[in-house]
Ligand binder design. Structure first.
Ligand SMILES: NC(=O)c1ccc[n+]([C@@H]2O[C@H](COP(=O)([O-])OP(=O)(O)OC[C@H]3O[C@@H](n4cnc5c(N)ncnc54)[C@H](OP(=O)(O)O)[C@@H]3O)[C@@H](O)[C@H]2O)c1
Length: 248
């Protein structure tokens, strides 16, 4: 079944990890996908890899989502080059971990600017086409730490909690146009981001996951694809934890 035939999607942070898997899942079911990431090499490589399996599905765009003007320009470019967007996935995210006592102002600003302001920038830039689109969807990738917090991640937890509040406000504001807006809150997923953890930290984390292991990027992509589908039309303003039971 091609759930996304004739659909156009934008996936930020699509160059690696969870975002690349989301782009692949949407492309596999017929979507044309704009793969957006910070560096040209990363989004270019991701698009090339997905195009090898699903020819012509992906176009790469190197843009910093924290840059408001650049995201406005990106929206225009995607509109001209691919078409009007139906699905926006805000997945770009960074960490700058450290205990609050040692956290620098720039660590706070970088994380909030990317993870939270980045979503504000893209929703502002793409909301007009979304409001006119068929089956319009916004899906924000939050985190379980935006729900339960995490020592050493005050900046990241605040950005993800903010993203959850933003999700609910956007869901209410755009509901009249049938645009749904939901958040997915991953637990610990195997990507470059979690590769930074030491083995001792990984073991401690796994001890707190009822299902007993880190998740895979496919676990998140499957949830995003469902929320992006026609079948999810009556779901909005919700947060779905995909976390092996961590937050139950
Ligand atoms: N992995 C986990 O366990 C986990 C858990 C909970 C939530 N999440 C969230 O899931 C999302 C994806 O995580 P991941 O683990 O796949 O991360 P990742 O492997 O570190 O990849 C992050 C992606 O975001 C892009 N990105 C970062 N800053 C950007 C910016 N300013 N503008 C545009 N793109 C930017 C990166 O671009 P480049 O490739 O060009 O550098 C990269 O493609 C993030 O929002 C993260 O917070 C992850």
């Amino acid at each position: 079944m091609q759930r996304f035939a004739n659909k156009i999607a934008v996936v930020t942070g699509g160059g690696r990890g969870i975002g690349q898997e989301i782009a692949r899942a949407l492309a596999a079911e017929g979507a044309k996908v704009a793969v957006v990431s910070r560096s040209e090499s990363s989004c270019g490589k991701a698009a090339e890899e997905i195009n090898a399996d699903f020819p012509g599905s992906c176009t790469a765009y190197a843009v910093d989502v924290a840059d408001h003007a650049a995201v406005q320009e990106l929206s225009k470019k995607i509109g001209d080059e691919i078409g009007a967007v139906n699905i926006l996935v805000n997945n770009a995210g960074v960490t700058r971990d450290g205990l609050l006592m040692r956290m620098k102002e720039e660590d706070w600003d970088t994380v909030l600017d990317t993870n939270l302001k980045g979503a504000f920038n893209t929703v502002k830039a793409f909301m007009r086409p979304l409001m006119k689109a068929e089956d319009p969807r916004i899906i924000n990738i939050a985190s379980v730490v935006g729900i339960i917090g995490n020592a050493g991640q005050a900046n990241y937890s605040a950005s993800k909690a903010g993203l959850i509040g933003f999700t609910k406000a956007v869901a209410r504001e755009l509901s009249g146009r049938q645009v749904t807006c939901n958040a997915v809150a991953p637990g610990f997923i195997k990507t470059d981001m979690t590769d930074e953890l030491t083995d001792a930290q990984k073991n401690a984390v796994v001890g707190n996951i009822p299902l007993g292991s880190f998740g895979e990027t496919k676990d998140i992509a499957a949830m995003v694809a469902f929320l992006a589908s026609k079948e999810a039309r009556y779901i909005t303003g919700q947060v779905f934890a995909v976390d092996g039971g961590m937050t139950m």
